[in-house]
Design a binder for this molecule. Structure first.
Ligand code: ADP
Ligand code: XUL
Length: 527
């Protein structure tokens, strides 16, 4: 009998699902529900509620509940083989939190298949909205937590990241301060991931180590709640949180609600959900230390698997636990495609023209450098936008094209060194990864092979692969991570771009030169 695993992805704007055939290693179907389009009555825009204060960004969790019914109904409409699903798991947008009252546990255990999930669950919330990762209204609370724990370095060493506004700890603190009565009525605090897993399993599902690392509340090394962080956040917090668990933990079987209503196999195991970035790590096949991915999207994001826990105390990156049980980094560079596009457009080029310009110029660009902060930059932290050229004329079109891409790759190299782990290979994904010239610069600057990979929804696929891994593990089949992910992902990998080893020394010196220029600009010096 064929066996399938289901991976769901509850993201900011949509709920998606992929069904993976474990025997053929092929995708058997994919579905997606766009929140704004499917549920206009909630009034969300791009999945979040409009607010007077632009720093306050919440979503209604009941919308996610309704979407879960809708996606299962869509799968049934398409005659997806839900009766042959042996395991399921999911991905939630990281950091967002859901607040449940004391009726939640019993209500989840007694879901009535004759009613919709919305009808079943509408009274379980102690807070009708959930702050999500786009919320930046908690600077005061971040400061309070940081002071209580002894400064940025102490918070990062303890929890894997300095206190960030979108991380769950400061969000919980703000809720406790602003709405103490509602906080008092909160029996359980879930992340988006554990909330959705709780519905699927019909019980309160624990938070997995990987997503838990985005809360500023877990001891990143012991993977238990950090008592002082809990105390600095809100009173009696420990009793509102379950013990965090490894990402391969099975949270029971799927709830009978989904068995009766949608025909999901009653034997299907519900593997704890995780955050979108940890899931994407697996969905892109990063299961060995030294495996990195660089996503060249609107912003550029670098994430990598690390064996050892190294933290960054300057706020330039995060350390999460990886779903494999190792660690992972996440670093976000804002001026990604945004900057490449500005340069391309400034010289009237299209993408092939931009690529030709890069290949027509020498590696290292004869020492010409640009610092392309078209927008304020996250890494390194640059608040005032500005374009800074060194030895590079503004009318040198080709020089500027190479300079912007070299700058981005050098910046990634410099600002990932805190990981203490060199990459052994880099998977390139996102819109700009179709550009060979850009990937060649990436390979040359990092001096490792770059593999182009194209995965439609790496978070949902990662969730399906985690479900598969947990299912094999549960079944006594000692299959390692590589043998779970590689048969599925090999078909999604394109060609490998090899580094030019002759350019190694050149980029070592250029990294130093670039870092000096960056320091000069950040210190307010002149080019
Ligand atoms: P996101 O998911 O972050 O919105 P994508 O991963 O879809 O973004 O990437 C979109 C970006 O890819 C576009 O903004 C564009 O600048 C860039 N892009 C598309 N094609 C190319 C190309 N051939 N070379 C370089 N960049 C490209
Ligand atoms: C990561 C972050 C986002 C969210 C939503 O720290 O805030 O990537 O996970 O995608």
């Amino acid at each position: 009998m064929p066996r399938y695993v289901l991976g769901l992805d509850s993201s900011t704007q949509s709920l998606s699902g992929v069904l993976l055939d474990l025997d053929s290693h092929e995708l058997a179907g994919s579905w997606s529900i766009n929140f704004d389009e499917a549920f206009p009555s909630y009034g969300t825009r791009h999945g979040v509620l409009p607010a007077d204060d632009p720093c306050v960004v919440h979503s209604p969790p009941l919308l996610w509940v309704e979407a879960l019914d809708m996606i299962f109904a869509a799968m049934v409409d398409d005659q997806a083989p839900l009766g042959e699903v042996c395991a399921l798991s999911g991905s939630g947008q990281q950091h967002g939190s859901v607040y449940l009252n004391s009726t939640a546990e019993a209500t989840l255990a007694g879901l009535d298949p004759a009613k919709s999930l919305k009808e079943n669950l509408q009274h379980i919330f102690s807070r009708p909205t959930s702050p999500v990762w786009m919320d930046s209204s908690t600077s005061t609370e971040c400061r309070e937590i940081t002071i209580a724990l002894g400064g940025d370095t102490a918070v990062a060493e303890a929890t894997g990241s300095i206190a960030f506004e979108r991380f769950t700890g400061s969000q919980i603190r703000k809720f406790f301060k602003d709405e103490p009565d509602c906080y008092r009525q909160t029996a359980e605090i879930a992340l988006v991931s554990s909330f959705m897993a709780s519905i699927l399993g019909g019980c309160i599902a624990p938070i997995d180590h990987a997503d838990c690392a985005g809360m500023n509340l877990m001891d990143i090394r012991s993977r238990d709640w950090h008592d002082e962080a809990l105390a600095a956040t809100a009173p009696d917090l420990a009793r509102r949180l379950r013990q965090p668990v490894p990402s391969w933990q099975v949270a029971g079987n799927v709830s009978s609600y989904f068995v009766s209503r949608y025909g999901v196999s009653s034997e299907a195991i519900n593997v704890v959900w995780s955050g979108d970035n940890p899931n994407s790590l697996v969905g892109l096949g990063l299961v060995r230390p030294g495996d990195w991915a660089i996503s060249l999207g609107t912003s550029d994001t670098l994430f990598g698997l690390m064996k050892k826990c190294q933290v960054n105390t300057d706020g330039e990156g995060h350390v999460f636990v990886s779903p494999t049980g190792d660690y992972m980094s996440l670093i976000c560079f804002k001026n990604g495609s945004l900057a490449r596009e500005q340069i391309k457009d400034a010289y009237g080029l299209d993408w092939p023209g931009f690529a030709d310009a890069i290949t027509s110029t020498p590696k290292g660009n004869d020492g010409k450098i640009i610092l392309p902060y078209f927008e304020p930059e996250i890494v390194p932290k640059v608040l005032v936008p500005g374009i800074h050229r060194f030895g590079l004329a503004e009318d040198d079109a080709a020089g500027n094209c190479r300079a912007v891409v070299e700058a981005q790759m050098l910046s990634m190299r410099i600002h990932s060194s805190w990981m203490g782990q060199e990459p052994t290979r880099i998977f390139a994904t996102g819109g700009a990864s179709s550009n060979d010239a850009i990937l060649q610069v990436m390979a040359d600057v990092h001096q490792v092979p770059v593999v182009r990979i194209s995965v439609d929804n790496s978070a949902a696929l990662g969730a399906a692969l985690r479900a598969a891994h947990a299912w094999y593990r549960n079944d006594g089949d000692g299959r390692d991570w590589s043998s779970v992910v590689e048969p599925v992902l090999s078909g999604m990998c394109g060609e490998t771009i090899s580094p030019d080893s002759d350019a190694a020394g050149l980029y070592d010196s250029m990294a130093e030169a670039y870092a000096e220029r960056e320091k000069l600009v950040r210190d307010g010096g002149q080019e």
